[in-house]
Design a protein around this ligand. Structure first.
Ligand SMILES: Nc1ncnc2c1ncn2[C@@H]1O[C@H](COP(=O)(O)OP(=O)(O)O)[C@@H](O)[C@H]1O
Ligand SMILES: [Mg+2]
Length: 383
Protein backbone atom coordinates (compact mmCIF):
# COMPACT_ATOMS: atom_id res chain seq x y z
CA UNK A 1 0.00 0.00 0.00
CA UNK A 2 1.26 3.54 -0.75
CA UNK A 3 1.95 5.45 2.43
CA UNK A 4 -0.44 8.30 3.06
CA UNK A 5 1.88 11.17 3.88
CA UNK A 6 -0.79 13.85 3.68
CA UNK A 7 -3.95 12.47 5.25
CA UNK A 8 -7.07 14.47 4.47
CA UNK A 9 -8.66 13.09 7.64
CA UNK A 10 -6.99 12.78 11.03
CA UNK A 11 -3.24 13.18 11.15
CA UNK A 12 -1.78 10.06 12.72
CA UNK A 13 1.65 8.45 12.88
CA UNK A 14 4.43 10.44 11.20
CA UNK A 15 1.97 12.80 9.54
CA UNK A 16 1.09 14.23 12.95
CA UNK A 17 3.72 16.92 13.46
CA UNK A 18 4.53 19.67 15.98
CA UNK A 19 2.11 20.32 18.85
CA UNK A 20 4.59 18.92 21.41
CA UNK A 21 3.78 21.54 24.02
CA UNK A 22 0.05 21.20 23.65
CA UNK A 23 0.25 17.41 23.86
CA UNK A 24 2.34 17.55 27.02
CA UNK A 25 -0.06 20.09 28.51
CA UNK A 26 -3.09 17.97 27.66
CA UNK A 27 -1.44 14.86 29.11
CA UNK A 28 -0.75 16.72 32.34
CA UNK A 29 -4.35 17.83 32.51
CA UNK A 30 -5.58 14.29 32.03
CA UNK A 31 -3.17 12.84 34.53
CA UNK A 32 -4.10 15.39 37.15
CA UNK A 33 -7.84 15.19 36.51
CA UNK A 34 -8.33 18.63 34.92
CA UNK A 35 -10.97 18.91 32.24
CA UNK A 36 -9.76 20.57 29.06
CA UNK A 37 -11.42 22.67 26.43
CA UNK A 38 -9.60 22.45 23.09
CA UNK A 39 -10.32 25.46 20.97
CA UNK A 40 -9.54 26.29 17.37
CA UNK A 41 -11.34 26.95 14.14
CA UNK A 42 -12.46 23.91 12.17
CA UNK A 43 -9.69 21.83 10.61
CA UNK A 44 -6.87 23.14 12.76
CA UNK A 45 -6.18 19.72 14.24
CA UNK A 46 -8.20 19.50 17.45
CA UNK A 47 -9.39 15.95 16.94
CA UNK A 48 -5.94 14.85 15.77
CA UNK A 49 -4.36 16.35 18.87
CA UNK A 50 -6.79 14.65 21.23
CA UNK A 51 -6.59 11.26 19.52
CA UNK A 52 -2.78 11.27 19.31
CA UNK A 53 -2.49 12.27 22.94
CA UNK A 54 -4.97 9.65 24.09
CA UNK A 55 -3.14 7.00 22.07
CA UNK A 56 0.04 7.77 23.99
CA UNK A 57 -1.29 7.40 27.48
CA UNK A 58 -2.46 4.28 29.09
CA UNK A 59 -5.89 5.47 30.21
CA UNK A 60 -9.11 4.07 28.75
CA UNK A 61 -11.08 6.61 26.78
CA UNK A 62 -14.24 7.03 24.82
CA UNK A 63 -15.36 9.53 22.21
CA UNK A 64 -18.60 11.40 21.67
CA UNK A 65 -18.81 13.32 18.43
CA UNK A 66 -21.62 15.85 18.60
CA UNK A 67 -21.45 16.53 14.89
CA UNK A 68 -24.93 16.01 13.45
CA UNK A 69 -26.45 15.47 16.88
CA UNK A 70 -29.59 17.32 15.93
CA UNK A 71 -31.55 16.91 19.14
CA UNK A 72 -31.07 16.45 22.87
CA UNK A 73 -32.17 12.87 22.42
CA UNK A 74 -29.40 12.31 19.86
CA UNK A 75 -26.82 13.76 22.27
CA UNK A 76 -28.10 11.46 25.00
CA UNK A 77 -27.90 8.47 22.67
CA UNK A 78 -24.34 9.30 21.69
CA UNK A 79 -23.26 9.70 25.31
CA UNK A 80 -24.90 6.43 26.31
CA UNK A 81 -23.17 4.61 23.45
CA UNK A 82 -19.86 6.10 24.61
CA UNK A 83 -20.60 4.98 28.17
CA UNK A 84 -21.37 1.46 26.93
CA UNK A 85 -18.12 1.26 25.04
CA UNK A 86 -16.15 2.57 28.00
CA UNK A 87 -17.77 -0.03 30.27
CA UNK A 88 -16.75 -2.72 27.83
CA UNK A 89 -13.17 -1.44 27.94
CA UNK A 90 -13.12 -1.25 31.72
CA UNK A 91 -14.69 -4.61 32.42
CA UNK A 92 -13.77 -7.52 30.23
CA UNK A 93 -16.43 -10.06 31.22
CA UNK A 94 -20.05 -9.38 30.21
CA UNK A 95 -21.48 -10.88 33.45
CA UNK A 96 -19.30 -8.54 35.46
CA UNK A 97 -20.51 -5.53 33.49
CA UNK A 98 -24.09 -6.46 34.33
CA UNK A 99 -23.26 -6.88 38.02
CA UNK A 100 -21.50 -3.51 38.11
CA UNK A 101 -24.43 -1.74 36.45
CA UNK A 102 -27.01 -3.46 38.64
CA UNK A 103 -25.15 -2.53 41.78
CA UNK A 104 -25.15 1.14 40.67
CA UNK A 105 -28.89 1.17 39.98
CA UNK A 106 -29.70 -0.56 43.25
CA UNK A 107 -28.56 2.57 45.06
CA UNK A 108 -31.11 4.85 43.36
CA UNK A 109 -34.67 4.77 42.13
CA UNK A 110 -33.88 4.46 38.48
CA UNK A 111 -34.48 1.16 36.73
CA UNK A 112 -32.74 1.14 33.41
CA UNK A 113 -32.98 -1.84 31.11
CA UNK A 114 -29.76 -3.69 30.42
CA UNK A 115 -29.15 -6.17 27.69
CA UNK A 116 -26.72 -7.52 25.16
CA UNK A 117 -27.03 -7.01 21.47
CA UNK A 118 -25.06 -9.28 19.16
CA UNK A 119 -22.16 -11.09 20.79
CA UNK A 120 -20.87 -8.64 23.35
CA UNK A 121 -22.64 -5.40 22.45
CA UNK A 122 -23.87 -4.02 25.73
CA UNK A 123 -27.09 -2.02 25.57
CA UNK A 124 -28.29 0.33 28.28
CA UNK A 125 -31.78 1.81 27.93
CA UNK A 126 -33.01 4.59 30.24
CA UNK A 127 -36.41 4.11 31.90
CA UNK A 128 -37.67 7.60 31.16
CA UNK A 129 -37.22 8.66 27.57
CA UNK A 130 -37.96 12.33 27.93
CA UNK A 131 -35.58 13.81 30.43
CA UNK A 132 -32.45 13.77 28.32
CA UNK A 133 -30.23 15.91 30.57
CA UNK A 134 -31.18 13.71 33.54
CA UNK A 135 -30.41 10.54 31.56
CA UNK A 136 -27.04 11.93 30.54
CA UNK A 137 -26.23 12.71 34.16
CA UNK A 138 -27.20 9.19 35.23
CA UNK A 139 -25.11 7.56 32.50
CA UNK A 140 -22.09 9.62 33.53
CA UNK A 141 -22.62 8.82 37.20
CA UNK A 142 -22.74 5.14 36.30
CA UNK A 143 -19.27 5.37 34.76
CA UNK A 144 -17.92 7.31 37.70
CA UNK A 145 -19.29 4.65 40.05
CA UNK A 146 -17.60 1.83 38.13
CA UNK A 147 -14.34 3.80 37.94
CA UNK A 148 -14.46 4.46 41.66
CA UNK A 149 -14.91 0.76 42.42
CA UNK A 150 -12.01 -0.10 40.15
CA UNK A 151 -9.88 2.80 41.36
CA UNK A 152 -9.28 3.76 37.74
CA UNK A 153 -9.53 6.93 35.71
CA UNK A 154 -10.89 7.34 32.19
CA UNK A 155 -11.33 10.09 29.62
CA UNK A 156 -14.44 11.13 27.74
CA UNK A 157 -13.59 13.15 24.64
CA UNK A 158 -16.60 15.23 23.55
CA UNK A 159 -15.81 16.56 20.10
CA UNK A 160 -17.60 19.32 18.14
CA UNK A 161 -19.33 20.47 21.31
CA UNK A 162 -20.35 23.73 19.62
CA UNK A 163 -23.08 21.71 17.92
CA UNK A 164 -24.85 21.39 21.27
CA UNK A 165 -25.06 25.15 21.58
CA UNK A 166 -27.46 25.35 18.65
CA UNK A 167 -29.96 22.92 20.20
CA UNK A 168 -33.00 24.27 21.95
CA UNK A 169 -32.10 22.38 25.16
CA UNK A 170 -28.46 23.53 25.08
CA UNK A 171 -28.63 25.14 28.53
CA UNK A 172 -30.02 22.04 30.18
CA UNK A 173 -27.57 19.74 28.41
CA UNK A 174 -24.67 21.99 29.38
CA UNK A 175 -25.97 22.11 32.96
CA UNK A 176 -26.13 18.31 33.20
CA UNK A 177 -22.59 17.94 31.94
CA UNK A 178 -21.39 20.63 34.28
CA UNK A 179 -23.18 19.26 37.28
CA UNK A 180 -21.37 16.02 36.71
CA UNK A 181 -18.02 17.44 35.63
CA UNK A 182 -17.57 19.72 38.59
CA UNK A 183 -17.68 16.80 41.03
CA UNK A 184 -16.28 13.92 38.99
CA UNK A 185 -12.98 12.62 40.24
CA UNK A 186 -12.29 9.77 37.89
CA UNK A 187 -13.87 10.65 34.56
CA UNK A 188 -11.92 13.46 32.90
CA UNK A 189 -13.35 15.41 29.98
CA UNK A 190 -11.77 16.79 26.87
CA UNK A 191 -14.22 19.12 25.15
CA UNK A 192 -13.34 20.27 21.70
CA UNK A 193 -14.95 22.71 19.39
CA UNK A 194 -14.45 25.48 16.93
CA UNK A 195 -13.99 28.59 18.82
CA UNK A 196 -15.97 31.74 18.46
CA UNK A 197 -19.53 30.53 18.30
CA UNK A 198 -19.02 28.10 21.11
CA UNK A 199 -16.95 30.44 23.22
CA UNK A 200 -19.74 32.92 23.14
CA UNK A 201 -22.62 30.53 23.61
CA UNK A 202 -21.38 27.83 25.94
CA UNK A 203 -18.18 28.72 27.68
CA UNK A 204 -17.72 32.45 27.85
CA UNK A 205 -20.97 33.60 29.30
CA UNK A 206 -20.66 33.47 33.07
CA UNK A 207 -24.33 32.55 33.40
CA UNK A 208 -23.79 29.49 31.24
CA UNK A 209 -23.08 26.12 32.78
CA UNK A 210 -19.69 25.26 31.36
CA UNK A 211 -18.08 28.57 32.13
CA UNK A 212 -14.74 28.29 33.85
CA UNK A 213 -14.87 24.59 34.37
CA UNK A 214 -12.01 23.77 32.05
CA UNK A 215 -8.43 24.54 31.34
CA UNK A 216 -8.20 25.86 27.79
CA UNK A 217 -5.83 24.88 25.04
CA UNK A 218 -6.03 27.14 22.03
CA UNK A 219 -4.55 25.74 18.84
CA UNK A 220 -2.90 27.99 16.33
CA UNK A 221 -1.37 26.94 13.02
CA UNK A 222 1.66 24.66 13.15
CA UNK A 223 5.04 26.39 12.78
CA UNK A 224 6.93 26.61 9.49
CA UNK A 225 9.91 24.69 10.77
CA UNK A 226 7.88 21.59 11.67
CA UNK A 227 6.32 21.59 8.21
CA UNK A 228 9.64 22.11 6.41
CA UNK A 229 11.23 19.31 8.32
CA UNK A 230 8.37 16.91 7.57
CA UNK A 231 7.99 17.87 3.90
CA UNK A 232 11.71 17.41 3.33
CA UNK A 233 11.61 14.03 5.01
CA UNK A 234 8.77 12.94 2.70
CA UNK A 235 10.47 14.47 -0.35
CA UNK A 236 13.68 12.56 0.36
CA UNK A 237 11.68 9.37 0.63
CA UNK A 238 9.65 9.91 -2.53
CA UNK A 239 11.92 12.00 -4.78
CA UNK A 240 15.32 11.27 -3.22
CA UNK A 241 15.81 15.00 -2.81
CA UNK A 242 14.88 17.76 -0.40
CA UNK A 243 12.79 20.69 -1.56
CA UNK A 244 14.32 24.05 -2.45
CA UNK A 245 13.75 27.04 -0.20
CA UNK A 246 11.59 28.62 -2.89
CA UNK A 247 9.40 25.53 -3.20
CA UNK A 248 8.89 25.36 0.54
CA UNK A 249 8.10 29.07 0.62
CA UNK A 250 5.53 28.67 -2.14
CA UNK A 251 3.84 25.84 -0.24
CA UNK A 252 3.64 27.95 2.91
CA UNK A 253 2.43 30.96 0.96
CA UNK A 254 -0.45 29.32 -0.91
CA UNK A 255 -1.64 27.23 2.03
CA UNK A 256 -0.86 29.81 4.70
CA UNK A 257 -0.02 26.75 6.84
CA UNK A 258 -3.71 26.04 7.23
CA UNK A 259 -3.41 22.43 8.52
CA UNK A 260 -6.02 21.01 6.19
CA UNK A 261 -5.08 23.04 3.12
CA UNK A 262 -1.35 22.40 3.32
CA UNK A 263 -2.04 18.65 3.17
CA UNK A 264 -4.57 19.17 0.36
CA UNK A 265 -1.94 21.10 -1.58
CA UNK A 266 0.87 18.61 -0.92
CA UNK A 267 -1.36 15.71 -1.88
CA UNK A 268 -1.93 17.33 -5.31
CA UNK A 269 1.67 18.44 -5.63
CA UNK A 270 3.05 14.98 -4.98
CA UNK A 271 0.55 13.38 -7.39
CA UNK A 272 1.44 15.87 -10.09
CA UNK A 273 5.20 15.47 -9.69
CA UNK A 274 5.11 11.71 -9.35
CA UNK A 275 3.12 11.51 -12.60
CA UNK A 276 5.58 13.80 -14.37
CA UNK A 277 8.59 12.18 -12.75
CA UNK A 278 10.02 15.42 -11.43
CA UNK A 279 10.85 16.99 -8.09
CA UNK A 280 8.37 19.63 -6.90
CA UNK A 281 9.36 23.20 -7.74
CA UNK A 282 7.64 26.57 -7.37
CA UNK A 283 5.79 26.33 -10.67
CA UNK A 284 4.49 22.89 -9.75
CA UNK A 285 3.21 24.25 -6.42
CA UNK A 286 1.22 26.89 -8.29
CA UNK A 287 -0.16 24.32 -10.74
CA UNK A 288 -1.08 21.94 -7.93
CA UNK A 289 -2.87 24.69 -6.00
CA UNK A 290 -4.80 25.71 -9.13
CA UNK A 291 -5.80 22.10 -9.73
CA UNK A 292 -7.00 21.88 -6.17
CA UNK A 293 -9.04 25.10 -6.52
CA UNK A 294 -10.61 23.80 -9.75
CA UNK A 295 -11.62 20.65 -7.96
CA UNK A 296 -13.24 22.49 -5.06
CA UNK A 297 -14.75 25.56 -6.67
CA UNK A 298 -18.27 24.14 -6.72
CA UNK A 299 -18.11 22.97 -3.11
CA UNK A 300 -16.97 26.39 -1.98
CA UNK A 301 -19.63 28.20 -3.98
CA UNK A 302 -22.26 25.88 -2.52
CA UNK A 303 -20.92 26.40 0.99
CA UNK A 304 -20.91 30.20 0.59
CA UNK A 305 -24.61 30.19 -0.30
CA UNK A 306 -25.35 30.30 3.42
CA UNK A 307 -23.93 33.85 3.48
CA UNK A 308 -25.82 36.92 2.32
CA UNK A 309 -24.74 38.85 -0.77
CA UNK A 310 -23.41 41.64 1.48
CA UNK A 311 -21.40 39.24 3.61
CA UNK A 312 -19.86 37.69 0.48
CA UNK A 313 -18.88 41.15 -0.74
CA UNK A 314 -17.17 41.96 2.55
CA UNK A 315 -15.46 38.57 2.58
CA UNK A 316 -14.24 39.20 -0.97
CA UNK A 317 -12.71 42.53 0.08
CA UNK A 318 -10.76 40.79 2.82
CA UNK A 319 -9.75 38.02 0.41
CA UNK A 320 -8.36 40.74 -1.86
CA UNK A 321 -6.41 42.15 1.06
CA UNK A 322 -8.39 45.38 1.13
CA UNK A 323 -8.38 45.33 4.89
CA UNK A 324 -7.71 48.96 5.76
CA UNK A 325 -10.72 50.95 6.94
CA UNK A 326 -13.13 48.19 6.08
CA UNK A 327 -16.16 50.24 7.02
CA UNK A 328 -14.80 53.48 5.48
CA UNK A 329 -15.86 55.33 2.35
CA UNK A 330 -13.79 53.40 -0.18
CA UNK A 331 -14.91 50.03 1.13
CA UNK A 332 -18.52 51.24 1.30
CA UNK A 333 -18.40 52.21 -2.35
CA UNK A 334 -16.87 48.89 -3.35
CA UNK A 335 -19.39 46.68 -1.55
CA UNK A 336 -22.31 49.11 -1.89
CA UNK A 337 -23.15 48.84 1.80
CA UNK A 338 -23.34 51.42 4.58
CA UNK A 339 -20.71 51.40 7.35
CA UNK A 340 -22.91 49.79 10.05
CA UNK A 341 -23.94 46.99 7.64
CA UNK A 342 -20.29 46.28 6.93
CA UNK A 343 -19.55 46.12 10.65
CA UNK A 344 -22.45 43.71 11.14
CA UNK A 345 -21.22 41.55 8.26
CA UNK A 346 -17.73 41.45 9.82
CA UNK A 347 -19.21 40.25 13.09
CA UNK A 348 -21.17 37.47 11.39
CA UNK A 349 -18.14 36.41 9.36
CA UNK A 350 -15.94 36.32 12.45
CA UNK A 351 -18.47 34.39 14.53
CA UNK A 352 -18.82 31.87 11.71
CA UNK A 353 -15.04 31.38 11.49
CA UNK A 354 -14.82 32.76 7.97
CA UNK A 355 -12.36 35.43 9.02
CA UNK A 356 -9.99 36.04 11.88
CA UNK A 357 -8.08 39.00 13.19
CA UNK A 358 -4.32 38.78 13.51
CA UNK A 359 -2.36 40.24 16.42
CA UNK A 360 -2.34 43.67 14.71
CA UNK A 361 -6.11 43.61 14.33
CA UNK A 362 -5.99 42.98 10.58
CA UNK A 363 -8.61 40.61 9.20
CA UNK A 364 -7.79 37.68 6.97
CA UNK A 365 -9.87 34.93 5.40
CA UNK A 366 -9.33 31.88 7.54
CA UNK A 367 -9.38 29.30 4.78
CA UNK A 368 -7.00 30.00 1.87
CA UNK A 369 -9.16 27.85 -0.41
CA UNK A 370 -12.12 30.16 0.15
CA UNK A 371 -9.84 33.19 -0.15
CA UNK A 372 -8.49 32.25 -3.55
CA UNK A 373 -11.82 31.19 -4.99
CA UNK A 374 -13.29 34.53 -3.95
CA UNK A 375 -10.36 36.33 -5.55
CA UNK A 376 -10.85 34.39 -8.79
CA UNK A 377 -14.49 35.47 -8.89
CA UNK A 378 -13.78 38.93 -7.54
CA UNK A 379 -15.45 40.88 -10.35
CA UNK A 380 -18.63 38.79 -10.08
CA UNK A 381 -18.73 38.95 -6.29
CA UNK A 382 -18.39 42.69 -6.18
CA UNK A 383 -20.71 43.36 -9.13
N1 LIG B 1 -0.41 17.88 14.20
C1 LIG B 1 -0.71 17.86 12.89
N2 LIG B 1 0.27 17.77 11.96
C2 LIG B 1 -0.01 17.78 10.66
N3 LIG B 1 -1.25 17.86 10.16
C3 LIG B 1 -2.27 17.93 11.01
C4 LIG B 1 -2.05 17.93 12.43
N4 LIG B 1 -3.26 18.00 13.02
C5 LIG B 1 -4.17 18.03 12.04
N5 LIG B 1 -3.61 17.97 10.83
C6 LIG B 1 -4.30 17.97 9.54
O1 LIG B 1 -5.26 19.01 9.58
C7 LIG B 1 -6.52 18.60 9.08
C8 LIG B 1 -7.60 18.78 10.12
O2 LIG B 1 -7.35 17.92 11.24
P1 LIG B 1 -8.48 17.58 12.33
O3 LIG B 1 -7.80 16.92 13.46
O4 LIG B 1 -9.61 16.88 11.68
O5 LIG B 1 -8.93 19.07 12.73
P2 LIG B 1 -10.20 19.57 13.57
O6 LIG B 1 -10.60 18.48 14.50
O7 LIG B 1 -9.72 20.80 14.27
O8 LIG B 1 -11.28 19.91 12.57
C9 LIG B 1 -6.31 17.18 8.58
O9 LIG B 1 -6.01 17.22 7.20
C10 LIG B 1 -5.11 16.69 9.34
O10 LIG B 1 -4.42 15.72 8.61
MG1 LIG C 1 -12.44 17.50 14.53
Amino acid sequence: MIENHFPQGLAIGDSFIGREEQMAWLMKNINSGYHTLLLAPRRYGKTSLAINTLAQINIPYTEVNCYLALSASAVEKKIIIAVQSLLEKLISKPEKILTAIQSFFKKGEKRWTLGFKGVFGLEIVPDSNDDHPENILTALQLIEDVLEKQKKTAVMFIDEIQEISSLKESKQLGAAIRQFAQHSKRLVFIFSGSNRRMLIQMFDDSSMPLYELCDRIILDRIDTQSYECYLNKVAKKTFNKSLSKGTLQAIMQFSERHPKRIYNLCFHLWRLCENQNKTPDEAAVKTAWDLFLDQRVRDVQYHLRRLSAGQIKVLTLIAMDITKELSGQIAQAKVKLAGPSIIKALQVLEAGDYIEKDSQGVYRVLDPLIRDILVRDESVNLA
